[in-house]
Each structure stands twice: as structure tokens, then as C-alpha cells.
Design a protein around this ligand. Structure first.
Ligand code: PLP
Ligand code: SF4
Length: 345
């Protein structure tokens, strides 16, 4: 069976030299758990989970870095971090309305690795790989092999950006853009920096959360070197994801002048209650991160078991508003193909 997973489709870095010394995050990325049996064993899960884990894994492979695993409670099959990464048999079920490309991104790629749906900003697929495979991911079926540009293709994409002065913000996305090496990222950001009408660089990433050591000197180096204003949008769904190492990584980013925001996905059985969402907002702010979006699930095939219905989502957010200051309220949104922005619920 072909596994259309970002991890397996990792692009060979054509201009890279062989790594002499692997920096810690690269070792952690390379050694992430990729075997459903190992994941179950390491967490002391009952053998009853294995057939489902194998079934889900065949559709979208398991990938969990050690640093993330360490924040899970052993023996607890309801752990909110485990549920985000453990493949289950429900992923093999088909549900009406849950499809392979729910966001119809395939229709919005005018240049290699570039997705433009909204005015003034574009997404650049800077890396096809992720450090963690989230079971609810709307890109679990994304054809990354067609969207992992080589440098020759990047030059075309940069030409496209140069030619359109209405674009002010470049958003590095993926996969996870920070799964790419810093030489590659520095090369790209340097070229974005040279496009006069770009004012902002945004990075959408989960890496500082799942492997906090990713925020190292090399990364801070290219961030510091750009004139562009820097925004990093993290992806954290539960307060337990934020440990001391994540807080320390965020501090380094803030010290480098990066505005930190967070987007979450509303996930059944993981964060679909007021206390959990309130604790997440509080803990985000303690780490110097502002809540940005709370997405309802994109209807991607294999993820229907995470869905929270719209009425319940609205009710949760209304309840959340009663316990949180306004600035800690994420915006509840849905992505509707063809709309000019995310759509508030
Ligand atoms: C979500 C998204 C963005 C960013 O939207 P913001 O509302 O600015 O955060 C940009 N481009 C695409 C294609 C997106 O899906
Ligand atoms: S949700 Fe983000 S980090 Fe998780 S698999 Fe999807 S793209 Fe990667």
C-alpha cells in the first residue's frame, strides 16, 4: 500500500552537503518513533490497540518524536497527546463529506509549492515533511511530491512573488517548514527579504512544540538576519503539550523579535470542553503565545471520529468567553474552499 505521508516523501536536499555532525534536533527528528508497535509498547498500552494502530498506520504512518512522547502519561489510552498521534481503526472508515482534499488546495497553486487563496498573503510549502504525524491532519492525503520544489522551481516561485506587488506576507508552511534544514531556509528567507513589497514573514510550525531543541542558534540566526517582521504560528491543542522546554524555546523566539500566535484544532475527546480550552489559553499566555485560531476540523477522510459539531463548538466558545479575558479568546473558524478568508462560526 502506498502511504502518502509527508514523512515518507521527504525530498532529498539536492544542494545539501552530507551532515558532519548532526545537531540535536536533527537526531531527534531522525529517531522519531515510526512503528505503531513501539508507540504502544513505550506507552504501556494494551495489545488490544495494536490492530487498529496498524490499520491506521497503513493509511498514514506513525511519527512521534521522543520529546513529545515524554509528555504523555504512560498507560493512559485517553491521554490527550497520545490521541493526537495514535493511529486507530476508525481512520479506515469512510464518512460522507469527509474527503481527501477538503480545502481544494490543488486548485490554488499558481507556482511550484505556492498556494494563494487570500489577498496579500501566500503559503509556501517549504518542506513536505512533518516532525509529527497528527491523525486529524487535513494534509494527510496531500500530494507533497508535486509540491516540494527544487531550487530551480523556487526561482520560479520567487519570480511570481516579485511580480505581484499586492503580496505583503509570505507564510512558510508544509508539512512543517522547520523540518527543512537551516541552510535551505536561510537561502529562501534571504530571497524573500530582497522582495521590496514583502513586509512580513510568517512561519506555521509545530516543530518548536514537538522538538523544542529545533529552536537553535542556526534558526535564530536567519530569523535575526531578516528585515521582515516575524510571526510564528504554533499549533498546540492541549495545555499538556507546553512543558518547560517549550516555554524556553518560546522565550528564545520572543527574544529574537518573533510574535508568537497559536492555532488549535477542536478535537473530540482531546480538547472539547471549556476547562481544557481555558487551561490551554492560560498556559499559552504564560509561554508568551497568544491564541489565534480555534479551527473546526477540516473534513478530511479518516478523521471523522475527531469531529465536534458546529452547535457544540459555538456553545463551547460561548462558555469559554465567560471565563477568559478577551485577549485569550481564540477565533472559532472554519476553512471553506472558495472563501476569501477563514470563516468565523
Ligand atoms: C489559513 C491560510 C492563510 C492564512 O490565513 P490568515 O487568516 O491570515 O491566518 C493563508 N493562505 C492560505 C492558503 C491559508 O489556508
Ligand atoms: S497538523 Fe501540521 S504538524 Fe500535524 S501532520 Fe498536519 S501539517 Fe504536520
Amino acid at each position: 500500500m502506498i502511504t502518502r505521508s509527508p514523512a515518507l516523501l521527504q525530498r532529498p536536499d539536492r544542494e545539501a552537503q552530507p551532515l558532519d555532525v548532526q545537531s540535536p534536533w536533527q537526531t531527534q527528528l531522525a529517531r522519531a518513533i515510526r512503528d505503531p508497535h513501539e508507540l504502544c509498547r513505550r506507552l504501556g498500552l494494551d495489545d488490544a490497540w495494536l490492530p487498529g494502530a496498524e490499520r491506521g498506520h497503513a493509511l498514514f504512518e506513525v511519527r512521534v518524536p521522543e520529546a513529545y512522547l515524554a509528555r504523555m502519561r504512560p498507560g493512559d489510552s485517553r491521554d490527550p497527546l497520545l490521541l493526537q498521534v495514535l493511529p486507530v481503526s476508525a481512520e479506515a472508515e469512510t464518512t460522507p463529506g469527509f474527503v481527501n482534499d477538503p480545502l481544494e488546495e490543488a486548485d490554488h497553486t499558481p507556482a511550484p509549492g505556492l498556494i494563494q487563496k487570500y489577498a496579500g498573503r501566500v503559503l509556501l510549502i517549504a518542506s513536505p515533511a512533518c516532525a509529527v504525524n497528527c491523525r486529524y491532519c487535513f494534509r494527510r492525503h496531500f500530494p507533497y511530491e508535486q509540491n516540494a520544489p527544487s531550487r530551480v522551481q523556487w526561482k520560479k516561485t520567487l519570480d511570481y512573488l516579485r511580480a505581484d506587488a499586492t503580496i505583503h506576507e509570505a507564510i512558510l508552511s508544509g508539512g512543517d517548514p522547520l523540518a527543512s534544514n537551516d541552510r535551505q531556509l536561510a537561502w529562501l528567507v534571504e530571497r524573500l527579504d530582497a522582495i521590496p513589497h514583502l513586509t512580513r514573514l510568517r512561519v506555521h510550525t509545530r516543530l518548536p512544540v514537538v522538538i523544542p531543541d529545533r529552536i537553535d542558534a542556526a534558526l535564530l540566526g536567519w530569523l535575526a538576519a531578516t528585515r521582515l517582521q516575524k510571526v510564528m504560528v504554533l499549533h498546540i491543542n492541549h495545555a499538556n503539550e507546553i512543558d518547560a522546554a517549550v516555554v524556553a524555546a518560546c522565550k528564545k523566539l520572543r527574544d529574537a523579535g518573533v510574535t508568537l500566535l497559536n492555532q488549535s484544532v477542536l478535537l473530540r475527546g482531546i480538547n472539547d470542553d471549556i476547562e481544557t480550552l481555558a487551561a490551554l489559553s492560560e498556559r499559552l499566555f504564560a509561554a508568551d503565545i497568544l491564541p489565534y485560531y480555534l479551527h473546526v476540523l477540516d473534513p478530511v477522510a479518516g478523521a471523522a471520529h475527531f469531529d465536534v459539531d458546529d452547535d457544540q463548538a459555538r456553545e463551547l466558545v460561548a462558555g469559554l468567553r465567560r471565563v477568559l479575558p478577551g485577549f485569550l479568546m481564540p477565533r472559532l473558524v472554519r476553512e471553506i474552499p472558495g472563501e476569501a478568508s477563514k470563516t468565523p462560526l
